[in-house]
Design a protein around this ligand. Structure first.
Ligand SMILES: Cc1cc2nc3c(=O)[nH]c(=O)nc-3n(C[C@H](O)[C@H](O)[C@H](O)COP(=O)(O)OP(=O)(O)OC[C@H]3O[C@@H](n4cnc5c(N)ncnc54)[C@H](O)[C@@H]3O)c2cc1C
Length: 452
């Protein structure tokens, strides 16, 4: 059986549109965030509802065809859009509802962060998710989730308390701690390996005003600022979350660092929390101010689809002056649009029990990633080369040799995926995979091959 058989059976047995290469929506439906990937799947199916989706999964199983899942389409490695393959596209599934009494949100599998945030913010509640409001919650939550409130709430996947999952055999399974503890554990960081999540259920936290913004420094001060930021973050309270964006300025002929700050405590106390960064060296630009949760979530301008990307990095076990030097060395050559992103991690993210989630990088103190971004195909070789070289410079500080699976390089190896989990977690994940997807129907992802 083949994808030709599926192309024949799918329209007769489902209700949602099946988008094929001759369809007027084909090009917009297959568009990916990473413009380097010009993928041409055979079939893109937009299910009408959960029953329709489950019927499509059963059709694919009968035809022995692998299934790719598209949520927000932001996977930098293009996992959601395989050439010649079959895609189940959830991009129209964007409804989110909130139960303010129980402080939980239910979000459909194709929601973007903005859908979830818009639903929760009116109740003064928030889910820890990510920092760019146009990314998909699907890939983000299943791949962990680093947000503006990571230090007080943990990773995005830590707030995942339940899900409705369509499994490889087309069953609809309710997942929570009581009914399917192994599956819930696997969904917290194990990616899209175990089925299609039609509904995510999140624990919410009350959120008041934020004190957010950034401080920017240039030239010789950059190394010192980074080293100081590492010390500050390690000792910071749970209310503070920081990240650094480091790049080379052609105009200056030197580095620039922008330190992003999110303080969820009393706005008046925000400046004191970052005192070590404010006064000496003096930033050349500061734009910290009180803002609502929605303003904080929406303040990073979305990166348009179609630019060319190669992202690679490491979750690091130690953030030292040596790492700051390596970041500075790597920043040289970052190109017009590339940068190094350093997401500092402390607080609740570390205290949540290691065995509550499949995610293998909880002990990391930072996620350090080279985001190589350029515009023209002619820049591919240099862009990829810079990303690889930069990641190599961070490797001595790597927790496990693996990177953050939500920022996958397009040439990600099976060894890097396994390293991200470590041997014990990876073995357990392979067992869960064998139980729920023995034929590896869901393989277009950071793949976990079923145990034999
Ligand atoms: C501009 C930008 C900003 C980002 N910012 C952050 C950030 O602040 N924090 C952070 O942690 N990450 C961030 N990321 C990374 C982001 O989490 C990943 O790119 C993630 O894969 C995006 O999810 P998606 O649904 O949009 O991706 P897609 O490409 O649609 O999906 C990626 C994979 O996720 C799986 N998947 C998606 N939805 C489902 C579902 N409902 N059921 C089962 N499997 C599913 C599938 O395996 C799919 O192949 C960012 C990425 C970009 C491009």
């Amino acid at each position: 059986m083949t994808i030709d058989a599926l192309a024949g059976s799918l329209p007769a047995r489902t209700r949602g549109p099946v988008i094929t290469p001759d369809h007027r929506l084909y090009d917009s439906a297959r568009a990916l965030f990473n413009g380097m990937l010009d993928r041409r799947p055979r079939l893109i199916f937009r299910p009408a509802d959960t029953d329709d989706l489950a019927a499509a999964v059963r059709c694919a199983a009968e035809s022995d065809v692998a299934i790719a899942v598209r949520g927000g389409g932001h996977s930098v490695a293009g996992h959601s859009m395989p050439d010649d393959g079959f895609v189940i596209d959830l991009s129209r599934w964007r409804s989110a509802t909130v139960d303010p009494e129980r402080r939980i949100a239910d979000a459909e599998g194709g929601c973007l962060l903005m859908d979830l945030d818009a639903a929760t913010a009116g109740y003064g509640l928030a889910a820890p998710s990510g920092t760019f409001f146009d990314t998909g919650i699907g890939g983000l939550t299943l791949g962990v989730g680093i947000s503006h409130i990571i230090a007080s709430e943990g990773f995005g996947c830590d707030a995942l308390i339940g899900a409705e999952l369509v499994t490889a055999d087309g069953r609809v399974v309710d997942v929570d701690e009581a009914t399917q503890p192994d599956l819930l554990w696997a969904l917290r960081g194990g990616g899209g390996n175990f089925g299609i999540v039609t509904r995510f259920r999140y624990r919410l936290t009350p959120i008041q005003q934020m004190y957010s913004g950034s401080l920017s420094y240039r030239g010789p001060a950059v190394g010192e600022v980074l080293a100081r930021l590492f010390e500050l973050d390690a000792a910071a309270s749970d209310e503070l979350v920081t990240q650094a964006i480091v790049f080379w300025s052609a105009e200056d002929g030197g580095p620039i660092v922008r330190v992003n700050v999110d303080w969820r405590g009393e706005p008046d106390d925000g400046d004191a929390a970052i005192r070590e960064l404010r006064d000496d060296p003096v930033p050349f630009q500061t734009n910290l101010r009180p803002m609502t949760w929605l303003q904080a979530q929406a303040r990073f301008t979305p990166i348009p689809f179609g630019l060319r990307h190669y992202w690679k990095g490491h979750l690091v076990g130690e953030a030292s002056a040596g790492l700051a030097d390596a970041i500075l060395t790597a920043a040289e050559g970052s190109g017009d649009d590339g940068f190094i992103l350093v997401e500092l991690i402390h607080g609740a993210a570390h205290r949540i029990p290691e065995d509550s989630a499949a995610f293998g990088g909880r002990r990391a103190v930072a996620n350090v990633t080279a985001l190589s971004i350029w515009r023209e195909a002619g820049g591919d070789e240099a862009g990829i080369e810079w990303g690889r070289r930069a990641a190599q410079l961070f490797e001595p500080w790597s927790l496990s040799g693996g990177g953050y699976l939500n920022y996958p390089e397009v040439d990600q190896t099976a060894a890097r995926v396994a390293a991200a989990f470590g041997p014990e977690r990876f073995a357990r994940l392979r067992e869960v995979k064998r139980t729920w997807d023995p034929d590896n129907r869901f393989r277009h992802n950071a793949n976990i091959v079923p145990a034999r």
